[in-house]
Design a protein around this ligand. Structure first.
Ligand code: DX5
Ligand code: ZN
Length: 218
């Protein structure tokens, strides 16, 4: 499945309900929720109350991107608030804690994503590819919306796609940061299938539609 995962980091928080309606209208399957703690990344966004409010507003899958230290401490809370996919950062935990976090999320019937920052090589997450549902390849340094897409991350996307094929896995590969109507094509061709859009979704005059962005002539 290919889909957008519009990031409410760029939404108008005063009318979050209407913003979520735009996501439904666009044909997206996911809502991307960026949780930042001001420690793992140099910015603070929002947390549990916003996840819960979003849960009440939609039946779309909630794609929670935890940019926090100790993400494993908050798995229960994320699930209680209605997260469907919990993505945490490879850089935030040691191997032992990563394995335990994956198991805990799966035991609760939710999907696991593992994310890598731009400086982390793709092969760091190869040992986990058999255990997780999604890899999130950051295409900007995490922390802020509105940054420019890092084209040099595409080789990582292709490498992960090829390696997971070798393992016989049809894993989801999400890209996040600087995705717009041009860079989405580049990421699609590289092998990504879930596309996070913040600025390009919420700050554009016309709400983009999945069909228009992904069914392009190549
Ligand atoms: C950045 C966040 C992104 C952000 C993307 O750290 O993880 O999800 O919302 O925003 P744009 O699409 O504006 O780059
Ligand atoms: Zn994100």
């Amino acid at each position: 499945m290919k889909t957008l995962s519009p990031s409410i980091l760029a939404a108008n928080m005063l009318s979050l309900g209407d913003e979520i309606k735009k996501i439904e209208y666009s044909g997206s399957n996911y809502v991307h929720i960026d949780v930042m703690d001001g420690v793992f990344v140099p910015n603070i966004s929002f947390g549990m109350p916003v996840i819960s409010a979003t849960r009440k507003a939609t039946n779309l899958a909630l794609d929670v991107h935890a940019m926090i230290i100790d993400p494993d401490k908050y798995i229960d809370d994320f699930i209680k608030c209605g997260a469907d996919i919990i993505t945490f950062h490879f850089e935030a935990l040691d191997n032992n804690r990563i394995l335990k976090a994956i198991e805990k999320i799966h035991t609760n019937g939710k999907k696991v994503g593992l994310s890598i920052k731009p400086k982390t090589p793709a092969n760091e997450i190869y040992p986990y590819l058999d255990l997780i549902d999604m890899v999130l390849v950051m295409t900007v340094e995490p922390g802020f919306g509105g940054q420019s897409f890092m084209y040099d991350m595409m080789v990582k996307v292709t490498d992960i796609r090829e390696y997971s094929k070798k393992l016989g896995r049809d894993i989801d590969i999400e890209v996040d940061g600087g995705i717009n109507n041009e860079t989405i094509k580049v990421a699609d061709k590289a092998g990504a299938n879930i596309f996070v859009l913040g600025t390009a979704f919420f700050k554009s005059e016309i709400t983009p539609k999945v069909a228009d962005l992904l069914n392009y002539e190549s």
